[in-house]
Design a protein. Structure first.
Length: 538
């Protein structure tokens, strides 16, 4: 059986059947780290980081953590209680081997939750965000951890894995290799019962394990990785275990429940201006070249080319899953031979990771009117002829919930292969540009778009920050609770050009069409944009 573990504080608790357990923090030299587990494959947990502190002439691993933004790491507050010189190592698997995938970043600032009390770990709030001195470079070995939706709680026995570096056996030596162990969720009702953790466990925590498989000292702050809808989501930050030992029955490992702190995280990240988005607002209409594969849900919708290469890029698109692509209706209303390219970065350079798929079926929204784009409903679904492989380069996008709205302060940016200037050539490299949101009241005022803009649309970008033609159908990616969500599909700009004052880019509001998207995917028919009609199938 796998035995696993965390570097941890021990909670104080009083249970009817046992004496009081005194809280105990492990000293820096405590040889009580991860027990058991199995060695993880390199790159299998690319959001896992090693938090290290300066010791003499070198650095020493002390806790785990999760990369949540290119410039930010999430860990446990108790890991960073003591002022030290901290650094983060990303993309590592074996401390004794330099594989060339590692990245080292100094920690420039530590933000522990304001309610964290180091003398009472059982009170909760054991969470911290670390700002890196320099953004991490995203690649197959360094990726952002997906975070849950606000207040999401997993059911009893939901499968999860804990990851980190720890002991190979109790009292043994620390493992130099990243390890993993299976830990099923223990629901709050069970975990907070008298024979388990009792009132020590708060509803802002999540329990996992509870038998011979558990976490132990050495992986505090590390992620609890739980598979949800086909992908791993970080639902917990390792917090504490029992003072009786890390394999104590009915005393599962306790994690800070991430979904309970997304609001706090968003507040910290927004106050600190999300380092990875800084300066984007001052770029030209073409934005800046995106890091390769940093937007793995971005698709290129291509049409047959009568001259030159067989296909040419026409529009952007969004990967929903292995079968479906979301794009703008105006991109696919003509009966042309089309293909979809996934996992691409440079349209002129074959990198080996690209996936080419033909379109089996096109579904236009039934209320789409090509002669009146301002009527709205500029949205379409493309069903691929054969399923695409989901991998490190091709991943499904996160969509908003029905009716979700954004605050004006939400950070968004558009991606695609667009023009480098309003009258320039199309870029062959995937680009990104920051687009500030324009509230609907302002965007629909007479000085802006007036009645052209409907409540099924969202506006973003003004002046030089607007995006240009060539990215129709592509995503408007907005950072919500620390992760990008596709809130818009690029629809139209001003006929006078794409960088016009008072004429922001207009996007189809994805959350307004959630039911239609689901109905098409489920082969049902529903009504959204006016009277009911059959979906137009090309």
């Amino acid at each position: 059986m796998l035995r696993f573990v965390l570097l941890i504080v021990l909670a104080s608790l009083v249970l009817a059947e046992m004496p009081q357990i005194v809280p105990r923090y492990l000293e820096d030299g405590a040889e009580e780290r991860v027990v058991g587990g199995e060695v993880a494959h390199r790159g299998s947990w690319p959001w896992q980081i090693s938090l290290q502190y300066k010791s003499g002439n070198g650095y020493r691993h002390t806790c785990g953590g999760t990369l949540v933004q290119r410039g930010w790491v999430m860990t446990a507050a108790h890991c960073v209680d003591t002022p030290r010189t901290w650094r983060v190592v990303l993309g590592d698997n074996d401390f004794n081997t330099n594989a060339g995938t590692e990245q080292v970043r100094e920690v420039s600032e530590v933000f522990s939750h304001s309610n964290w009390d180091s003398s009472n770990v059982a009170a909760g709030y054991d969470i911290a965000l670390l700002r890196l001195s320099k953004d991490a470079t995203l690649n197959p070995y360094v990726l952002l951890g997906a975070l849950p939706t606000p207040d999401e709680v997993l059911p009893h026995d939901h499968p999860c894995h804990i990851t980190g570096w720890g002991l190979t056996a109790t009292g043994g030596e620390i493992s130099t290799q990243l390890k993993q162990a299976f830990l099923p969720v223990v629901d709050h009702e069970t975990c907070s019962s008298g024979s388990w953790w009792g009132s020590t466990v708060q509803d802002t925590m999540v329990c996992a394990g509870g038998g011979s498989d558990t976490g132990c000292n050495g992986d505090s702050g590390g992620p609890l990785n739980c598979k949800v809808e086909g992908k791993y989501v970080v639902h917990g930050v390792a917090s504490f275990v029992s003072s009786q030992g890390c394999n104590t029955e009915m005393k599962p490992t306790v994690f800070t429940r991430v979904s309970a702190y997304l609001g706090w995280m968003e507040q910290v990240l927004s106050q600190e201006a999300l380092s990875f988005l800084e300066d984007l607002a001052e770029r030209d209409v073409g934005g800046e070249v995106a890091l390769p594969h940093s937007w793995p849900w971005q698709a290129s919708v291509q049409v047959s080319n009568p001259r030159g290469s067989p296909f040419k890029h026409m529009c952007g698109g969004v990967v929903l899953n292995k079968k479906w692509i979301l794009t703008a209706a105006h991109c696919v209303e003509t009966d042309e031979l089309r293909r979809i390219v996934l996992g691409d970065h440079n349209l002129t350079d074959y990198g080996g990771q690209e996936i080419y798929k033909t379109v089996g079926q096109v579904y236009l929204h039934p209320e789409w009117n090509s002669t009146r784009v301002d009527d709205g409903c500029d949205i379409a679904l493309l069903r691929l002829h054969t399923d695409a492989a989901i991998n490190k380069y091709v991943q499904p996008a996160t969509l908003p919930k029905p009716g979700d709205e954004l605050s004006k302060k939400t950070t968004c940016y558009v991606t695609g292969w667009g023009m480098t200037k309003a009258s320039g050539e199309m870029s062959m490299l995937l680009k990104q540009v920051y687009l500030p949101l324009v509230d609907s009241k302002k965007c629909s005022s007479k000085d802006y778009w007036g009645t052209t803009v409907k409540d099924t649309m969202v506006c973003a970008g003004e002046g030089d920050s607007a995006n240009c033609q060539g990215d129709s159908g592509g995503p408007l990616n907005c950072v919500v609770n620390g992760r990008p969500v596709v809130y818009g599909i690029t629809s139209f700009v001003s006929a006078r050009g794409c960088s016009q004052p008072t004429k922001p880019t207009v996007f189809t509001h994805v959350s307004a069409f959630s039911e239609w998207i689901e109905s098409v995917r489920q082969r049902t028919q529903r009504c959204l944009c006016g009277k009911c009609m059959d979906d137009l199938v090309l």
